[in-house]
Design a protein around this ligand. Structure first.
Ligand code: PLP
Length: 408
């Protein structure tokens, strides 16, 4: 038989990772196929845990389906883009205009477009560690260099502006900010945000603010949109419907561009080109945006005392903190905890193997810290989305597993 060479993936994929959906998820799928029920505390997917979308959004989409059959303008439908611009006007961005808004198939697509339009091989992007790993993955895909600044778990998981600044070089193109943060649940205070904006100002780099969890904060933690802190720093703000409005499957998000756009004409042309290349975002889902932003903010029912997210967060924190050798910072926003396992008690060599073992023994799926580009093997991320009873059961399973590890 004739020998053929194997079809191989492009070299640019060599450094691209997205381990949240990697081997751990594959092992979970294998166990499910073998008939096991897995408790999934690994992905911030709200609907399967009973956090359903407000009816108004569904009605809006259904009503608009007949007129949503064709492509839309590649940046998105006018009514939705206007609604996004008006939303940022209410935040104090009085010049926000429809032309400053591009809609996307989720924030994920917009992150991809933004970085593809920006990065030349070898350019550096400052990204938090731990991070939402798409930022690092797409930077690598674009043959850029992700440079991680370390968020401090002994200081609420906040970044240290001095450390960020020390990592700036002549190749640095942008500073990524994720606030509220996935995977740590941190919400950044004004001083730190102002310092980050100032770093961008002084080093003439752009600020990329991923604020998809902006409406999910607890106990009065103040969420400040980074774009409101300056009018002289070129800023792109990302948000969307996946979390606050619980419709991750609709794939609907937006980006809002602010600051000195006259200095970014060429880059903005690149972004328009990227927008044209993908034709347009999913049109039915765009119709939900206006109602989402302007309608009843149903997320509030979940985040105040007595609300599901609030109560689950408290239970998850308390039960984790009670386990010997587990140190955990309570989240101020989003829906994730990123506990540390004391290395004296749990000397973990490979955190991915560790969570796979937890999965095999307890049928509980969490994500390992390195999947978020964290720097050691002592962390995992837990998604506090299951109802209290299921969470209690799952964390008891984690505690059992850790007790076994200690005794081994
Ligand atoms: N940014 C952050 C910080 C996230 O946590 C997520 C999803 O988990 C996304 C972006 C992607 O969101 P989307 O569903 O809009 O693509």
């Amino acid at each position: 038989m004739e020998e053929f060479e194997e079809f191989t993936q492009a070299q640019k994929l060599r450094n691209v990772r997205y381990d949240v959906r990697g081997p751990i998820a594959e092992e979970a799928a294998r166990l499910e196929q073998a008939g096991h029920r897995i408790t999934k505390l690994n992905i911030g997917n709200m609907a399967p845990f009973g956090f359903e979308a407000p009816d108004s959004i569904l009605v809006d989409m259904i009503k608009n389906l007949p007129t949503a059959q064709g492509y839309s303008d590649s940046k998105g439908i006018y009514s939705a883009r206007t609604a996004v611009a008006q939303y940022y006007q209410t935040k104090g961005m009085k010049d926000a205009d429809v032309e400053d808004v591009i809609l996307g198939n989720g924030v994920s697509e917009l992150i991809t477009m933004t970085l593809q339009a920006l990065i030349n091989p070898g350019d550096e992007i400052l990204i938090p560690a731990p991070d939402y790993p798409l930022w690092t993955g797409i930077t690598a895909l674009c043959q850029g260099t992700p440079v991680h600044y370390i968020c401090d778990e002994y200081n609420h998981w906040w970044p240290d502006p001095e450390e960020i600044e020390s990592k700036i070089t002549s190749r640095t193109k942008a500073l990524v900010l994720i606030n509220p943060n996935n995977p740590t649940g941190a919400v950044y205070p004004r001083e730190i945000l102002e310092a980050m904006v100032d770093i961008c100002r002084r080093h003439d780099i752009m600020l990329l603010a991923d604020e998809i969890y902006e409406k999910i904060t607890y106990d009065g933690a103040e969420m400040i949109n980074a774009c409101t802190l300056s009018d002289d720093v070129f800023t792109i703000t990302f948000s969307g419907l996946s979390k606050t409005w619980r419709v991750a499957g609709f794939r609907s998000g937006w980006m809002y561009i602010s600051g000195p756009k006259h200095r970014a004409k060429n880059y903005l042309e690149g972004l328009s080109l990227m927008s044209n290349l993908r034709m347009c975002p999913n049109v039915p889902a765009q119709h939900a945006i206006q109602t989402a932003l302007g309608g009843y903010q149903s997320i509030d029912e979940f985040i105040y005392p007595g609300g599901r997210l609030y109560e689950q967060r408290n239970v998850a924190y308390k039960l984790l903190a009670d386990i010997e050798g587990v140190q955990v910072e309570q989240m101020d926003g989003a829906m994730y905890l990123f506990p540390r396992l004391d290395p004296e008690i749990y000397p973990i060599e490979n955190d991915e193997a560790f969570v796979i073992e937890l999965l095999r023994q307890q049928k509980i799926l969490v994500s390992h810290g390195r999947a978020f580009n964290w720097v050691d093997d002592q962390h995992f991320r837990l998604v506090a989305l299951p109802a209290v009873e299921e969470l209690e059961e799952a964390i008891a399973g984690i505690a059992d597993f850790l007790a076994g590890y200690r005794d081994a």
